[in-house]
Design a binder for this molecule. Structure first.
Ligand code: A3P
Length: 317
């Protein structure tokens, strides 16, 4: 592990570097690609985040269902609060469950904009970091739980392509050339990539420590929302006592409801001022079929087979 507190811009420049989405410089740090501003936040969180035993860390690769998971988990924990209001009607899930790197920790010296030590337990946080990059206090505390969500990589790519085309910092009206960025992604050159390495780290750790890490798939949550939600609530130590509670959490967190809330139609989140509406596009399984060429499908299927072989994990593609 690098001496994080001494990681400077000169050190960044010594890392392998690639460009992704035509404009972002990515740095390869211990196996994973980050843009500089996110890597600074990763290092800040590694240096300063102190996990509590009853913290819950939601983890995901971008565009795999993070927003849904944040909504569900905040509802589950809130459901047992006596004076709970429906926070989701007022705040985007990303404002309710904040991301360690880039939202709370910006770098190794800047403190988060809220005092994390005063947050009531159980605290919910999120990260897109690779498992091996999580702060030591998370990794070493067997009671600090992690919920990881993943999704089939074809839908992840399509979701990411749309999201990146709509980014507020993007100036060109032309969409990114899909096949060019697909080639970059296949090489792992994207924020937090390579995708399969990210997924497999969490997958193998979840097999070793099922009481610490719950591994969820977007497609299974779509297929059996009640079953997956009950599993999630039980893992968080908050099992439901009746079906009405299950229905309520599912409805409150549902795509159709969240997408149409005023806060998500017009609000913004993060300092980067991303529009909340960007996090709600179609919310379906299999949208890749509307975009992938035969060659793209073949190539990603081959990479999936090679990467997942022998792991016991599959994406039913
Ligand atoms: P699509 O772009 O395929 O529609 P993330 O939250 O990790 O950024 O992932 C975004 C994806 O999750 C988007 O997928 C988005 O539409 C979908 N999504 C957002 N909220 C959802 C919800 N409540 N239920 C199901 N899918 C949701």
């Amino acid at each position: 592990m690098a001496n994080l507190s001494s990681f400077s811009s000169q050190e960044f420049e010594k890392l392998p570097k690639e460009t992704c989405w035509e404009s972002f410089d990515l740095y390869k740090f211990q196996g994973f690609w980050y843009p500089g501003f996110i890597l600074s936040g990763v290092l800040g969180a590694q240096s300063h985040f102190e996990a509590r035993s009853d913290d819950v860390i939601l983890a995901s690769f971008p565009k795999t269902g993070t927003t849904w998971l944040k909504a569900l988990c905040s509802c589950i924990l809130q459901e047992h609060d006596h004076d709970h209001d429906d926070q989701l009607s007022l705040k985007n899930p990303h404002a309710l469950v904040r991301t360690l790197e880039y939202d709370l920790f910006k770098d190794d010296v800047t403190l988060p904009d809220i005092d994390l030590s005063t947050m009531p337990s159980p605290r919910l946080f999120h990260t897109h970091m690779a498992y091996s990059h999580l702060p030591d206090s998370v990794l070493k505390n067997p009671d600090c739980k992690i919920v990881y969500i993943t999704r089939n990589p074809k839908d992840v790519f399509v979701s990411n392509w749309h999201f990146s085309n709509s980014d507020s910092w993007r100036t060109s009206p032309e969409p990114y050339p899909m096949e060019k960025v697909f080639d970059e992604v296949c090489k792992g050159h994207q924020f937090y990539g390579p995708f399969f390495d990210h997924v497999l780290e969490f997958w193998f750790e979840s097999l070793k420590m099922p009481e610490k890490i719950l591994f969820l798939k977007y497609e299974e949550m779509k297929r059996d929302p009640k079953g997956e939600l009950k599993k999630l609530a039980a893992f968080l130590g908050r099992p439901f006592s009746n079906e009405e509670q299950v229905e309520k959490v599912l409805w409150r967190s549902s795509f159709d409801r969240l997408k149409n809330l005023e806060v998500n139609k017009n609000g913004v989140v993060f300092d980067m001022e991303l529009s909340n509406k960007l996090f709600f596009r179609r919310g379906i399984v299999g949208d890749w079929k509307n975009y992938f060429t035969d060659e793209m499908k073949k190539k990603l299927d081959e990479i999936s087979c090679m990467k997942l072989e022998g792991s016991g994990l599959d994406f039913e593609m």
